[in-house]
Write a protein that binds this ligand. Sequence first.
Ligand code: PSU
Ligand code: MN
Length: 331
Amino acid sequence: MLSLSRRLISNNLIRINLNRGLANFNNLIISDEVKCALNEDKPLVALESTIITHGMPYPQNVKCALEVEAVVRNQGGIPATVAIINGQVRVGLTEGEITALGDVSTSQPIKTSRRDMCYVVSTRRNGGTTVSGTLLVASKIGIPIFATGGIGGVHRGGERTFDVSADLIELGRSGVAVVSSGVKSILDIPKTLEFLETQGVFVATFGGGKDFPAFYSRRSGCFAPYCVEDVRDAAEIIHRNRGLDLQSGMLFAVPVPEKFALDENVINDVIEEALKDATKRGIEGKEITPFLLGRIGEITDGKSLDTNIALIKNNAKTASLIAVELSKLKK
Ligand code: PSU
Ligand code: MN
């Protein structure tokens, strides 16, 4: 009886949250499946779409996005891919919509973080939401977990250029847990960790010792403040973060599976080369991350893309297992 009334209360809370989100967020369309899952406390996993539109070449991007959704489902989760389609913010896409969005020469998508959202909506364009764009939508409608490959960070030379990804600020103000493979060493990892601390983001490595992972490789030489080894412990931390009403985010950094990890020294040389190319061509701002990802893919002859796909799938699996545990805690 008690658990039934608790469940009703928590369902009501989500409904209120959902209604408020809908009232305050014009142009937001949530798929029926995701709406049901929200109301029934099912294990939803938010997924971003810049990875599809600007993180990988077509058609591998579409294949990867669909496989990632399948991974979530295989673990008992429900995928909630976020994107903007014809100016409408969408949560939960069909296979056809993912395929159409990923064909970028036709869909002409805009890489959409918080600052871009009003423009993409007002011009009825298509948008791939970054970690920051996806976080803000997930947080508004109450999806507590989000899986991706790598988050943005403080760029090398950030103290001069002020190039600090909006992902870090958004993590500081959305009570959503992001599961990623740390940050790429195209960024300044120690400064990124400092910045996350300032923003009040809980950071832990997940299942791989204290060394914070560097995306393509399992170690960065920087230590995360915490280490979590078990999906149940991760779920408990997310649950408590909510219970404390902190409204700030969490980052669980999962190293890329050993089999797909690239040698640190090799990949760091590749990154140096790609960074030099970017400087030579005067690439900056929001173009820099997509440019570097593409260039690293070219230099490694596609190897970095295989690693990228493997780590995203592994993160989606981990996030789903945590989401399943979390939904048990909420009941
Ligand atoms: N890292 C990747 N692939 C990506 C991105 C990061 O391996 O596609 C994307 C994510 O969407 C992230 C964004 O939120 O790049 C960060 O961009 P910027 O550095 O411009 O903030
Ligand atoms: Mn930037």
